[in-house]
Design a protein around this ligand. Structure first.
Ligand code: DX5
Ligand code: ZN
Length: 220
């Protein structure tokens, strides 16, 4: 699987989202963090704003739903134009049904795990997914420090994916930067969210390209 860089716009200038997306032409996807103030102690945007961004983005949108009751709300993000929708397993009442519903609507279905959620109990669900997102910080805010304690889980997820011969992408999110991306790639991640590392730079696209080459070189 080729390396994919999916910058998060959480730390971009939220008043000019379309312009901020235009600054990262080398990215594969734009990662959009949807937070509801309940599942995480922060609030960002909802489906109407997501839909406006989808209309003005030249890149496909990867919706990361940090919300309660994704069973109810996730389908609206496919309708709003998401190419990929990630729900948290800690919040989903029926993750298999939800993944199937997202796929049936025509988007990629993805499931996220917080740092303290183990991957092994979900081994049999992986075939229902197009992507598995492993959080490498506690979800809620950009700019947090990467948690090295998540690396064994990345390795374990890669083993399970390979054991079952699955094609799903393994995404990491939180504290990913030029300092940490090689560790993630060596552990088996292939899809990388980076928020503050990209948008705190003067030339965000140069960071996207740098992250891609570091991850590609480190990919064991
Ligand atoms: C955190 C979000 C991340 C965040 C990443 O809850 O899910 O996508 O924006 O930002 P950095 O790269 O700054 O950790
Ligand atoms: Zn995210």
């Amino acid at each position: 699987m080729a390396v994919q860089i999916t910058p998060s716009i959480l730390n971009a200038d939220l008043s000019r989202l379309a312009d901020e997306v235009a600054r990262i032409p080398s990215a594969d996807w734009v990662h959009v963090d949807v937070m509801d103030g309940h599942f995480v102690p922060n609030l960002t945007l909802g489906a109407p704003m997501f839909e406006s961004l989808a209309r003005h983005s030249s890149l496909p949108l990867d919706a990361h739903l940090m919300i309660e009751d994704p069973d109810r709300w996730a389908p609206a993000y496919v309708e709003a134009g998401a190419g990929s929708v990630t729900f948290h397993v800690e919040a989903a009442a029926a993750p298999v049904r939800l993944a199937r519903e997202i796929r049936a609507q025509g988007a990629r279905a993805s499931m996220a795990l917080k740092p303290a959620t183990p991957v092994d109990p979900y081994e049999d669900l992986l075939g229902e997914l197009d992507m598995l997102l492993l959080m490498t910080v506690e979800p809620g805010f950009g700019g947090q420090r990467f948690l090295d304690l998540c690396l064994p889980k990345i390795r374990r997820a890669r083993e399970l994916i390979d054991k079952h011969g699955l094609e799903l992408w393994l995404q990491v999110d939180g504290g990913v930067s030029a300092e940490t991306i090689e560790r993630c790639a060596e552990a088996g991640a292939d899809t990388f969210v980076a928020g503050s590392a990209v948008y705190s730079a003067e030339d965000p696209d140069a960071v996207v390209q740098q992250l891609r080459s570091l991850a590609t070189a480190a990919d064991g």
